[in-house]
Write a protein that binds this ligand. Structure first.
Ligand SMILES: [Zn+2]
Length: 298
């Protein structure tokens, strides 16, 4: 079993005009409990994070303005959610869940956050439903506290981890790897340490061949002693936003490649949820649950 960050406030405030299946945050824990992949005692409820670790990854003025609800109309529009104390609390609890999960992963090998993977949040701005970059905050925390020498952020969400790339542009202790659909948002991409771009409608065979060619060799080269995995399931063919054509089983094999490679080398992993916008909630839950199922079989 492995630690899983969860708090009822993780449920998304549904933005005006959107019909995103936001209640995956509530249903996934129930599915994990139902299948016996997790027990009640595996879940931990993170407190809101203190600000100093947030300031280490984000511009202090931006972070303070976000917490105080002082972002401009234009900034709010880029984010896609109205400002509210509840939204602030949600982001701060998710960030703490990822930091605490990372600390726990040193003991357990792997830890999860039911939410998070807010990889579009850059150093001084939020966008694309992301305000505080949970894995960036946690990665910076580990290297700043001497708990990791070299971190790898493996971002396999269909969208590029542009915010993460921005935050670590000048931080050699955190290597950013993003494999994503070339023609998906963000349309102006940032430069990760390694970007792998996929063409529209790339299927399991193209996706998994490329990942197998890339990931183990990357681990060999970067030699991380901690991995953050952004395991978005918006690579599925059914996804409303993603432009790839992977199957649920292909998505599961992706998780296997990442988690088995890390496990064989004894590298601890913290895994945040990332995106998933298939029309059927069952598809989304099944694909996310697969990441936990794979972890349970390591
Ligand atoms: Zn995404």
């Amino acid at each position: 079993m492995f630690p899983i960050a969860f708090h009822p406030i993780f449920k998304y405030p549904v933005p005006e005009g959107h019909r995103f299946p936001m209640d995956k945050y509530e249903l996934l824990p129930l599915q994990l409990l139902h299948e016996g992949i997790a027990e009640e005692s595996d879940f931990f409820s993170p407190e809101p994070i203190d600000m100093p670790p947030v300031y280490a990854a984000h511009d202090r003025v931006y972070a303070d303005r976000f917490v105080a609800g002082q972002l401009s109309r234009q900034e709010v529009r880029r984010i896609g959610f109205e400002q509210s104390p509840r939204l602030v609390e949600r982001e701060l609890r998710i960030a703490r869940g990822t930091v605490d999960g990372a600390l726990k992963a040193f003991e357990t090998g792997i830890a999860f956050n039911i939410a998070g993977g807010t990889h579009h949040a850059s150093r001084d701005a939020g966008e694309g439903f992301c305000m505080i970059n949970d894995q960036a905050v946690a990665a910076q925390y580990l290297v700043d506290h001497g708990m990791a020498r070299q971190v790898l952020i493996a971002d396999l969400d269909v969208h590029q981890g542009n915010g993460t790339a921005d935050i670590f542009a000048n931080e050699p202790r955190v290597f950013t790897f993003s494999m994503h659909a070339k023609n998906n948002y963000p349309f102006r991409k940032k430069k990760s340490d390694l970007d792998v771009e996929l063409p529209d409608r790339a299927d399991d065979s193209i996706y998994l061949t490329l990942l197998l060619d890339t990931f183990p060799a990357l681990i060999e080269r970067v030699k991380p002693d901690f991995i953050f995995y952004q395991a978005g399931v918006d690579i599925l063919a059914t996804d409303k936003l993603g432009r790839l054509s992977c199957t649920i089983d292909g998505c599961r094999q992706r998780d296997e490649i990442v988690l088995q490679t890390a496990s064989k080398l004894g590298i601890p992993v913290q895994c945040s949820m990332g995106g998933g916008y298939s029309p059927q909630l069952k598809t989304i839950i099944d694909a996310h649950a697969n990441t936990y199922r794979v972890a349970g079989q390591l």
